[in-house]
Design a binder for this molecule. Structure first.
Ligand code: PRX
Length: 658
C-alpha cells in the first residue's frame, strides 16, 4: 500500500480496544457512547448540566443557550472564576499534592509543580499584576517558550479576568507586534530566551523589537529562564520588570485578597484571543469565552484521554497554539490531571528524546501530531527501541490528517499494539475536539477521525447544503452552535460572520473537506480554502503572499501547497520580480529571510519559483488550482483553463520546474 493520504480510501483495517482497557474506561462500549450522544443532542441542557457538575460555578446558569446568528451564548447568567475549576477545587481533595506539571527543560533539568504550588504561583502573579494596574477586561500578550511560567501567566490572567493572547514563540517580532497592536495589549509577559535544538531563541530581544512599535504596552514582564550568561537581555527602565522582582515585593493586601478570593465573571467573559490564519493577509483574532470554552475543554479531555489519577499525560503541542491552550492547560488542569511539559525539540540532542522522556517519567497518555510521527518514522525504529515505552496506555493525534502508514507505525512501534489511538479533529475556532473515537468504546480505523463528540451535530454536505451520501466527498460543516465555539473575531464581527456562517446560512463552515463512511466515521481530507497546513502549522496563503510582496524586489506572489511526505503539505511560492531584477539563489535566500522576519521561520517556503507572469483569469484572479498542479508536478493540467488569460504562462511555469 502506498503511504499517500489517498490510501485512506482503501483502508479496511479495524482495531478494537482490549477488554482490559474498555473495562476501566469512562465510556466502556458503543451503547454507552450512543446513549450519551443522544442525550447531548436531544437534551443538551441536561447533558451539559450533568457533565459540568464537577466545575466550580458561583452562580448557576439561568438559561442554557441563546443563539442569534452568528452569536451564541452558553450557560447564560452563570458566574465563575475559571481558575477555581483548574486550581482551587483541587486543594481540598487528594489532588492537592499531586503534580500538576512535571517539566523537563531541553538540557534535561526537571521541575515539578503540584496543584498546591501552581495555585500559589498563580495567586502571587495575579496579585502582582493587579498592583501593576492590570484589570479585568485588559488584554495581556504572552510570548514565551514551554516553561511552567507560561501556564502560570495564562492562569493568572484568567484569574484576574484579563484576556490573554498567547503568541507562539516561533513568530517573529513583526508578527508579535501586529498581534499586540490588533488587541491593544497593555502588558507583555515574556522570557529572556528559550532552548530549541541546542540554540537559544532570544525571546526578549525579539519582543524588544516588537514593543518598539506597540504604543499600548505599558509593561514587559520578563521571566529569567536562561540567565545572563546564556542569554543577555536589555531591560528598559520604567517599562521592563523581571518576573522575580515583580514577585519579590509583597503584593498589596487588597490585591492579595483579591487574588486569593478572585472575582467571579460572567459566563461569556472573554477568556482569550488566539490569532490564526484565514484566507486574507490579516490573521484572525479568534475570541473564546469563559464557561462554554471551559466546559468543552473539560469534558473532551476527560472522556477522550480517559484521564485517571494514575496517568501522566503529555501533550506535545506548543502552548502558543490552541492545542496547548485546551489540552495542556484548561482541559487537563480542570480534570486534576498530571501533565508533562517539555521545553525543547523532539530531536535534541538526538531523535530518541521523546522516548527517553516517556521512559524517564512514565508517561501514560501521549498526544502528538502526524508531522512529528512522520519525522520519527524517518529517524528510524532504533530510537524508540532503546527505551521502555510500556507505561503508555493511550495515544492521540491532532492537527492534520494522518496517513494510515504513520498511524500503523504509531500503533505498532510506539503503542506496541496495546494502546488505542484517538485521532482528534478540531480547530482553533471550535475550542475543543469535535470528532474522535472514544478510546474504550470504539474500533478505530487508520486515518479516520472517528465520530462526533457529544453535542456535536456535524455533517458532510454538497455545495447547496444537502447531506452527502456514504463515502461521498463534500464540505465539513457543523449544524448547531456548541459551548466551546469561538464567539467572534476580535474587533471584526463582520469577518466572523462572513468567514464561518455565510457559506450556508446558519451553518458553521469549517474550511475542511471530508467524507463519512458507511459506519458514520469521518475521514477529513484537509483544507479546501486558502489555508495550508504545513507540518501541523496553519498558514494562510494570503499571509505569505502579502509578506512576499512587501519585499522590495517582488511584484507579485502566489503561495500554494504541495503534498509532502513529511510535512503533509509543503509551501511553494511563485514569485514575479520587479522589472530587471534577477531571480537567482541569492534572491531565493533573501525572500526566505524576509518571511522569517515578517512571520517566523516555520513559515519559510519549501520552494521558491520565479515566473515572468502568474496564470490569471480574465478578471485578474490568480488561478491557484493551476499553480497547485504545477507545484505538484501534475503533467497535464486538469480542469478548465478556458478562463485563463494567457495559456503560454502555464507552459512556461511547467517548463520551469526544478
Ligand atoms: O484542516 C484541519 C486540521 O487543522 C485545521 C485546524 O487548524 P488549527 O486551528 O491550527 O488547529 C489545529 C489543532 C486543533 C483543521 O481545519 N486538522 C486538525 N486536526 C485534524 C485535522 N485534519 C485532519 N485530522 C485531524 N485530526
Amino acid at each position: 500500500m502506498s503511504d499517500k493520504i489517498e490510501s485512506r480510501l482503501q483502508e479496511t483495517r479495524r482495531f478494537s480496544p482490549s477488554k482490559k482497557f474498555s473495562d476501566s474506561a469512562k465510556i466502556k462500549n458503543v451503547d454507552d457512547y450512543k446513549a450519551l450522544y443522544k442525550q447531548s443532542i436531544e437534551d443538551p441542557e441536561a447533558f451539559w448540566r450533568e457533565q459540568t457538575r464537577d466545575l466550580v460555578f458561583r452562580a448557576p446558569f439561568t438559561k442554557f443557550s441563546e443563539w442569534t446568528l452568528p452569536h451564541a451564548k452558553f450557560f447564560v447568567g452563570a458566574k465563575l472564576n475559571l481558575t477555581e475549576s483548574c486550581l482551587d477545587r483541587h486543594l481540598t481533595t487528594d489532588v492537592r499534592n499531586r503534580a500538576a506539571i512535571i517539566w523537563e527543560g531541553e538540557p534535561g533539568e526537571t521541575r515539578t509543580l503540584t496543584y498546591f504550588e501552581l495555585h500559589r504561583e498563580v495567586v502571587r502573579l495575579s496579585a502582582a499584576l493587579t498592583d501593576h494596574g492590570v484589570k479585568a477586561g485588559d488584554r495581556i500578550a504572552i510570548y514565551m517558550g514551554m516553561v511552567p511560567e507560561a501556564v502560570v501567566a495564562m492562569l493568572a490572567c484568567a484569574r484576574l479576568g484579563a484576556t490573554h493572547s498567547v503568541v507562539f514563540g516561533g513568530f517573529s517580532s513583526e508578527a508579535l507586534r501586529d498581534r499586540i497592536n490588533d488587541c491593544q495589549a497593555k502588558v507583555l509577559i515574556t522570557q529572556d530566551g528559550a532552548w530549541r535544538r541546542g540554540n537559544v531563541v532570544p525571546l526578549k530581544k525579539l519582543a524588544d523589537a516588537a514593543v518598539a512599535h506597540t504604543p499600548s504596552i505599558e509593561r514587559v514582564v520578563v521571566f529569567s529562564r536562561m540567565g545572563n550568561d546564556a542569554c543577555p537581555v536589555t531591560m528598559t527602565e520604567g517599562r521592563d520588570i523581571w518576573w522575580s522582582d515583580l514577585l519579590s515585593h509583597p503584593a498589596s493586601e487588597a490585591s492579595l485578597k483579591n487574588a486569593r478570593s478572585p472575582e467571579a465573571f460572567d459566563a461569556e467573559h472573554p477568556l482569550f484571543i488566539l490569532y490564526t490564519s484565514g484566507s486574507t493577509g490579516k490573521p484572525k483574532g479568534v475570541l473564546h469565552s469563559t464557561a462554554g470554552y471551559l466546559a468543552g475543554a473539560h469534558v473532551t479531555a476527560k472522556y477522550i484521554f480517559d484521564l485517571k489519577p494514575t496517568d501522566l499525560y503529555w501533550c506535545t503541542a506548543d502552548i502558543g497554539w490552541v492545542t496547548g491552550h485546551s489540552y495542556i492547560v484548561y482541559g487537563p488542569l480542570s480534570n486534576g490531571a498530571s501533565c508533562l511539559l517539555y521545553e525543547g525539540a523532539p530531536n535534541a540532542p538526538d531523535p530518541g528524546r521523546f522516548w527517553k522522556i516517556i521512559e524517564r517519567h512514565g508517561v501514560t497518555v501521549l498526544y502528538t501530531a502526524p508531522t512529528a510521527i512522520r519525522a520519527f518514522i524517518r529517524w528510524g525504529n532504533e530510537w524508540p527501541a532503546k527505551y521502555d515505552l510500556s507505561s503508555l496506555r493511550l495515544l492521540g493525534s491532532v492537527g492534520e490528517p494522518i496517513n494510515p502508514e504513520a498511524w500503523m507505525w504509531y500503533r505498532n512501534i510506539i503503542g506496541q499494539e496495546r494502546c488505542p489511538i484517538v485521532d482528534t479533529w478540531w480547530q482553533t475556532e471550535t475550542g475543543a475536539v469535535m470528532l474522535t473515537t472514544m478510546p474504550g468504546a470504539h474500533a478505530t480505523k487508520p486515518g479516520s477521525t472517528g465520530l462526533p463528540f457529544f453535542g456535536v451535530d456535524i455533517d458532510v454536505v454538497k455545495d447547496r447544503g444537502e447531506s452527502c451520501g456514504a463515502n461521498e466527498g463534500g464540505k465539513l460543516i457543523i449544524r448547531k452552535p456548541w459551548p466551546s465555539m469561538a464567539r467572534t473575531l476580535y474587533g471584526d464581527d463582520a469577518r466572523f460572520h462572513e468567514a464561518y456562517w455565510s457559506q450556508m446560512p446558519g451553518v458553521y463552515f469549517t474550511g475542511d473537506g471530508a467524507r463519512r463512511d458507511e459506519d458514520g466515521y469521518f475521514w477529513v481530507v484537509g483544507r479546501i480554502d486558502d489555508v495550508l497546513n504545513v507540518a501541523g502549522h496553519r498558514i494562510g496563503t494570503a499571509e505569505i503572499e502579502s509578506a512576499l510582496v512587501s519585499h522590495p524586489a517582488v511584484a507579485e506572489a502566489a503561495a500554494v501547497g504541495k503534498p509532502d511526505e513529511l510535512k503533509g503539505q509543503a509551501l511553494v511560492v511563485f514569485v514575479t520580480l520587479k522589472g530587471g531584477i534577477k531571480g537567482d539563489d541569492a534572491m531565493k535566500k533573501s525572500l526566505g529571510e524576509h518571511i522569517d522576519k515578517e512571520i517566523g521561520k516555520f513559515a519559510r517556503p519549501d520552494q521558491v519559483r520565479f515566473a515572468d507572469a502568474l496564470p490569471k483569469t480574465r478578471s485578474g484572479k490568480i488561478m491557484r488550482r493551476l499553480l497547485r498542479d504545477v507545484a505538484a508536478g501534475v503533467a497535464e493540467t486538469r480542469g478548465d483553463t478556458s478562463t485563463l488569460e494567457d495559456l503560454s504562462v502555464l507552459a512556461t511555469l511547467r517548463g520551469d520546474e526544478e
